[in-house]
Design a protein around this ligand. Sequence first.
Ligand code: 5GP
Ligand code: ZN
Length: 116
Amino acid sequence: MSDSCLFCRILAGELPAERVAENEHSIAIRDIAPRAPVHVLVLPRTHVTSIHGIGTDERELLWACLALAREVVELEGIADGYRLVTNVGPLGGQTVFHFHVHVLGGRQLGHIDSLG
Ligand code: 5GP
Ligand code: ZN
């Protein structure tokens, strides 16, 4: 838990968020500024800065996030097409430095060539 981390504060219940699903090691919340009809963030309950900081000791945590993302896809009805994104570092477009996977869907998503 990091006092200054937005997602740790959400996890601690200090800030509100719409929880979509959860499991032992991770939770899924709706993004506050959705870029698609379905835009959910899956994050581990423990603080890890990004996927770059995940080693073999955190294998279970990474798997839990991917399994929960899969569950979100079913719950949100987007199994026919979606995108999982995880940004790493400022240069990679990351703005909240607590590892999370974006689950995006519900509209036609652009080809990877069109990503900014
Ligand atoms: P990143 O830019 O680090 O890949 O993704 C951070 C995401 O967190 C952004 O899509 C942003 O809209 C979302 N976000 C920022 N602040 C909040 C918040 O207070 N609550 C929720 N639910 N999402 C947030
Ligand atoms: Zn955190």
